[in-house]
Design a protein around this ligand. Structure first.
Ligand SMILES: Nc1ncnc2c1ncn2[C@@H]1O[C@H](COP(=O)(O)OP(=O)(O)OP(=O)(O)O)[C@@H](O)[C@H]1O
Ligand SMILES: [Mg+2]
Length: 558
């Protein structure tokens, strides 16, 4: 082999010489080939690996010409991702090549020979060496439905900018969508858990529904590595800890978020007098030592009681409305978290454990159907926004060299409420790569996320969707053809099975597999009794045995 490569090198040298004598330049292709030869020679000399002459012939069958074309295109596209280029020769050669594929036939065509080492042969011909979805490194999260190949994920890979990685997405954030009960939280939990355990990541879990109450410890992660904040309980220290001035990264952002939240809560928009009154109040407290919403309300009350003579009647009436609205809101139980008071000894949210969970008691979030949220729901939304501001602080304050995960389980609520919530999340997605932070956004469907920024998300997981429309929107979002089959596939995904698109833009149906039954128990969010759970467990264990006829039929053509 090395001898042939040396000969090849001599050939290139001759070609160059001839060109020089003829006074013409050699083309770039020659440089590339020569370079490749030198590399191959050094590889074989150094490793002493045997080399093989091989030719790979793929036989593709289909019922129609169109189907055949689609399939051959798919094969080409898939292989190119590995740097392997294949050709479909025309005419007569096809027949010979087909004859070759008959078992026991001799090799007829010798035109497509390549020289390669044993690694290439084992990888190509015996499969299993690599899976064509996921990162092929990192930890195991499940297997493909069709060929049951293992799927491995390294959550921060896209941020590492490795040369030749071939990723189409740079973002390390993830989107997890699907109808209720299909396994979103389960997948996010597993991803987070394995990232912490196997990748050394730090994690912050925003858990508005309190699904993770039972996470005192997790399999192989003892208590001392997990911290839970359950806000809104008895503790006096909780009061004011979610005031946006206190959760924000800096004063300017605190002011902006406080203003957005207060104008949302009082239904005032930018052109209203109410808005300018609120803005004045926020500016005023911004100058104070301990700025907080409570101080802004005090300021408004004071303004009202000591009406300046230059204040118009219109403004005075507006002031009365805003002040009254805020005083009413302040009496709501939940407000105590959001409306800080000057000089309060509040709990400061400092995350120093690998897993930090943030839960809020009695949060009442509106759902998608809610047209006009009630007061308590509005406050709940405002609390979630303030928490999102905190997640940004988390991203900034932790060590940049450590990968971080922020899990936002109810992201759609934030996306739907005042724009500031979504802006904060978009910011984390955009800057996440730089700050080594993955935002995992959980939501019921793809459109909740709207906007262009979602396009920046790295990995996408879609669990079963309810309606045709949702499925179509998801396919569009994933850049997949909107065919009847694909729509049906998305709608019929079983619990724990999802359509996964990796950072290379490849898609496959995968089954999320926790492997260990104690993980299954730890991530179980259902409220069913122990007995029911056992039955469900048995059923789930059974489900992993995928019957042949359920094999994936979908044409996920990218
Ligand atoms: N991959 C899986 N393997 C085994 N069981 C699973 C899997 N995924 C989900 N389950 C089971 O399904 C239940 C519901 O899943 P999960 O809580 O993740 O739903 P969800 O999509 O987050 O729903 P919601 O939108 O209501 O929060 C889990 O408690 C668990 O018991
Ligand atoms: Mg959930």
């Amino acid at each position: 082999m090395t001898k042939r490569l040396s000969n090849k090198k001599l050939e290139y040298r001759d070609q160059r010489q001839n060109a020089q004598e003829a006074g013409i330049n050699t083309d770039f292709a020659l440089d590339i080939s020569e370079h490749g030869t030198i590399k191959a020679e050094s590889y074989f000399t150094k490793t002493g690996q045997p080399a093989y002459h091989a030719s790979f012939v793929f036989k593709i069958t289909a019922n129609s010409k169109k189907e055949l074309e689609t399939r051959s295109k798919l094969l080409k596209n898939e292989l190119i991702k590995y740097g392997i280029k294949i050709v479909a020769p025309f005419g007569g050669e096809q027949l010979n090549l087909m004859m070759e594929k008959i078992i026991g036939s001799r090799q007829i065509n010798n035109d497509y020979k390549i020289e390669c080492d044993s690694g290439i042969i084992s990888g190509m011909m015996f499969g299993g060496a690599t899976t064509n979805i996921g990162d092929n490194r990192g930890f195991y999260i499940g297997y493909t439905e069709r060929l049951r190949r293992p799927v491995f994920i390294q959550p921060d890979l896209a941020a590492k900018a490795f040369e030749g990685l071939g990723n189409v997405e740079d973002s390390i954030s993830q989107l997890v969508a699907g109808q209720t009960g299909k396994g979103k939280s389960f997948e996010m939990n597993l991803m987070l858990y394995l990232s912490v355990l196997a990748n050394g990541s730090m994690a912050l879990v925003i858990d508005p529904k309190g699904d993770r109450k039972g996470w005192d410890e997790l399999p192989m992660i003892p208590k001392e590595y997990i911290s839970k904040w359950t806000l809104g309980g008895e503790s006096k220290k909780d009061a004011g800890c979610l005031d946006p001035f206190r959760t924000s990264v800096d004063l300017e952002e605190g002011k902006a978020i406080a203003l957005d939240i207060l104008s949302y809560l009082t239904n005032s928009s930018i052109n209203d007098v109410e808005y300018s009154i609120l803005s004045d109040a926020i500016e005023y407290v911004g100058e104070m030592d301990d700025p907080c919403i409570g101080a802004a309300i005090d300021y408004l009350v004071e303004q009202y009681e000591q009406r300046g003579h230059q204040m118009s009647d219109k403004r005075y009436e507006a002031l009365e409305r805003v002040k009254d609205a805020l005083l009413t809101l302040q009496r709501q139980n939940l407000s105590v978290l959001l409306f800080g008071e000057v000089g309060q000894d509040y709990r400061s949210l400092k995350a120093d454990k690998p897993i930090q969970i943030l839960m809020v008691q009695n949060l009442n979030l509106p759902d998608k159907e809610t047209k006009k949220p009630r007061t308590q729901q509005q406050i709940s939304e405002a609390i979630l926004i303030s928490i999102t501001a905190y997640t940004k602080q988390y991203m900034f304050n932790q060590d940049r060299s450590i990968h971080k995960i922020i899990l936002q389980d109810e992201a759609s609520t934030i996306d739907r409420s005042p724009p500031v919530g979504r802006e904060l999340m978009d910011f984390i997605i955009r800057k996440g790569r730089y700050y080594n932070t993955t935002l995992i956004k959980g939501s019921q469907n793809a459109t909740d996320h709207g906007g262009d920024d979602v396009a920046n998300v790295g990995m996408k997981f879609s669990f079963g969707l309810r309606t045709r429309k949702e499925a179509e929107e998801m396919l569009e979002f994933l850049n997949l053809p909107i065919t009847r089959k694909n729509v049906e596939k998305l709608r019929s995904l079983q619990k724990g099975t999802c359509l996964f698109q990796d950072i290379y833009g490849r898609t496959a149906t995968i089954k999320i597999d926790p492997v260990f039954s104690d993980l299954l128990t730890a991530f179980d969010s259902s409220t069913s009794s122990e007995e029911e759970k056992e039955r469900e467990r048995q059923r789930n264990i059974g489900e992993i045995e995928y019957p042949e006829e359920q094999e994936e039929q979908t044409e996920y053509v990218s």
